[in-house]
Design a protein around this ligand. Structure first.
Ligand SMILES: [Zn+2]
Length: 303
């Protein structure tokens, strides 16, 4: 079992943190493979904790969550309920996280952590990412610039309309440059927002390499990071992203990230239009979607 800390769901991580003795689960292990798996997991991590130096343990158990947003209109058009959030709601979410001691993780620290230059991260670190560069994201991003958000732009679609989201207007390079100047990290979302795993190698590489070149030309100081459109990726896509010169890549697989997470498969959790501040707190803590028992507000109250 050489998997990273965050491969397991939050419940398991909590039991590891609480140092629940594996022996306690021994009587249950015979009941089902799940209990046996949990017992083995706790045994494994208790062993790791015993063997590891303090610094090694801190590195193995350091992790962070990444939120992903798209639109900031709060219109909740049919089909956009999961990707559109009212700016007021976004501000409330950030206020609560801040009040509870959560601090943004700037991209350079995130990369340094994965490279091993930064051994561990303080607790309660999270990153804000926004995909697509839809025009209504510009103002909320500018307001939140001190929280080191990251914006992923489809470089050949800027100033046009988003063929992948109902033709919504996409911000232009001027706006993207202004955001960069305000402190927003700008990364790539390919050139045309196409599903990379479905392209031939040549086309895929043009999307990856071309977009990074355009980004560097248009935004001095742009970051060599990418968010795969629709989160779509496979081994070939991840390899091509690395070969194109990207340092890291974000998917839409849920979960938190730790030092063992493949940095070309970084996990993110999406914030939906109806998510209140507590829902976002849950997502930041666990990196996971809301559980089935979560009390959901009705649409009419969601603004
Ligand atoms: Zn996108």
């Amino acid at each position: 079992m050489s998997q990273g800390w965050c491969e397991a769901p939050w419940r398991t991580r909590l039991l590891r943190r609480a140092r629940v003795p594996a022996a306690l689960l021994a009587p249950l292990a015979g009941l089902s493979p799940r209990w046996a798996e949990l017992r083995d997991d706790l045994t494994h991590w208790a062993g790791v904790r015993k063997e590891a130096s303090a610094a090694e343990w801190r590195r193995a158990t350091s992790s962070y969550a990444v939120l992903v947003y798209h639109r900031f209109a709060g219109e909740l058009k049919p089909g956009q309920e999961r990707i559109d959030i009212a700016p007021r709601r976004f501000r409330r979410q950030l206020r609560l996280l801040r009040a509870l001691g959560f601090r943004p993780l700037p991209l350079d620290e995130l990369l340094a952590f994965h490279r091993g230059e930064l051994n561990a991260l303080p607790r309660r670190r999270f990153a804000i990412t926004v995909d697509d560069a839809i025009a209504d994201a510009v103002e909320p991003l500018r307001e939140a610039a001190s929280l080191s958000p990251q914006l992923f732009v489809p470089t050949a679609e800027l100033g046009g309309s988003a063929h992948w989201i109902d033709g919504e207007p996409v911000a232009g390079w001027e706006e993207v440059r202004a955001l960069a100047a305000a402190g927003v990290a700008i990364g790539s979302h390919t050139r045309h927002h196409r599903r990379l795993s479905q392209l031939g190698a040549a086309e895929r590489d043009v999307e990856l390499v071309g977009s990074l070149a355009e980004l560097r030309e248009q935004v001095p100081g742009a970051s060599a990071v990418i968010a795969y459109p629709n989160g779509d990726h496979d081994d070939a896509v991840c390899g091509a992203a690395a070969a194109a010169g990207y340092e890291a890549a974000f998917t839409t697989e849920k979960g938190r990230n730790d030092a063992a997470t493949d940095r070309y498969r970084l996990r993110r959790v999406s914030v939906h239009g109806a998510d209140g501040a507590l829902a976002v707190l849950w997502k930041v803590l666990t990196g996971e979607a809301l559980p089935a028992w979560w009390p959901r507000r009705s649409r009419s109250k969601s603004r």
